[in-house]
Design a protein around this ligand. Structure first.
Ligand code: BTN
Length: 328
């Protein structure tokens, strides 16, 4: 059953900024206007504020600024409307919670959101600072049944899609640093962490984690991070609607996943990647264990491997490693 609060929010959102009459809401819910009023009270407790005008009805005058699962769900458009979303006030890591949910039999796809992580993880075992301060911590969970070899470009494809979504949503041009970092003007905006379980030559479970700096004040970040990081609010000069952004990301990740699985992504991948690629044509150093490779980045190949042209001018391919940009 769809929760009555969700029905109310969908109706109010659809007609915003117009009023929706109490009779219409009561009709949608199959209950009395007193019943509607009671459910609106539950929304008020979550930070929604309504304006009620006799003979016109209701509209929302204040939306909760922090992550609100009902509001995220209300913003979702078909076909993701019925998506299973788990939203927690606090968790160790949304990727770890995703694994636990999978182990206890939760059906895929589903999304785990948290307002705060106590053990947020980045690539190479790094800590992902995850305070409850208006940023996004989310994990998408799928069962793709694909050969592991097909998965190599997955994070890159997702990153390019997320860049395009952020570009459209915020009217700014972010960039992606191979293989998993989102940047704006030299500062880190977010990161992706894809983890998979493989079962007899097939990917069984796939967890795609995304951490995105949205509304946190930069001053709230540890000093070391604040020097290298940025937030969407800082880049645009105004706070973002976190719940609407979350729903837009969910919609985009799910459609990008479908295109990846159907193998339809190859038509647009190169163009999308080239638009947002931060490394192409720039001097880089790649560190792979004790190996250091220097050269000029030359984009990626079809499999998502990074191409680096060394002094001999021939491109070499790398499918893993840590890249730093050198001064040109
Ligand atoms: C990186 O830049 O190294 C990747 C950072 C990924 C962070 C996200 S936050 C949500 C999900 N849960 C985690 O513990 N990590 C990812």
């Amino acid at each position: 059953m769809i929760p009555p609060e969700l029905v109310i929010l969908r109706e109010l959102l659809e007609h915003e900024p117009a009023f929706v009459s109490g009779n219409v809401l009561a009709g949608k819910l199959g209950m009395s206007r007193v019943g509607v009023w009671m459910h609106m009270g539950k929304l008020r407790d979550q930070g929604f504020e309504f304006e009620a005008v006799r003979s016109r009805g209701y509209r929302v005058v204040r939306w909760p600024a922090s992550l609100n699962p009902l509001l995220v769900q209300a913003h979702l458009k078909p076909p993701t409307r019925q998506l299973d979303i788990l939203c927690l006030p606090e968790v160790d890591s949304t990727n770890d919670e995703a694994e636990r949910q999978l182990a206890s039999g939760r059906a895929t796809p589903f999304v785990v959101l948290a307002r705060r992580q106590t053990l947020g993880r980045g690539r190479l075992g790094r800590v992902w600072h995850s305070a409850d301060n208006g940023n996004l911590y989310m994990s998408f969970v799928f069962r793709p049944h694909l050969e592991p070899g097909r998965m190599q470009p997955f994070t890159l494809w997702m990153g390019a899609n997320l860049c395009e979504l952020v570009a459209n949503f915020c009217h700014l041009e972010p960039g992606i640093k191979w293989p998993n970092d989102l940047y704006f003007e030299g500062r880190k905006l977010g990161g992706m962490l894809t983890e998979a379980r493989i079962d007899s030559d097939q990917i069984r479970d796939l967890v795609f984690g995304l951490g995105l700096n949205v509304n946190s004040p930069l001053a709230a970040l540890p000093a070391e991070l604040a020097r290298q990081a940025t937030t969407l609010a800082d880049c645009t000069g105004h706070p973002l609607d976190l719940n609407r952004l979350t729903a837009a990301i969910i919609g985009r990740v799910l459609s990008a996943y479908e295109r990846f699985i159907e193998d339809g992504y190859r038509d647009t991948f190169a163009d999308l990647w080239n638009r947002f690629d931060l490394l192409r044509g720039r001097p880089v150093t790649l560190v792979q264990g004790s190996r250091r490779i220097t050269g000029v980045a030359g984009g990626i190949d079809d499999e998502g491997s990074l191409l680096i042209r060394g002094e001999n001018g021939r491109p070499q391919r790398f499918h893993a490693g840590e890249v730093t940009l050198e001064k040109s």
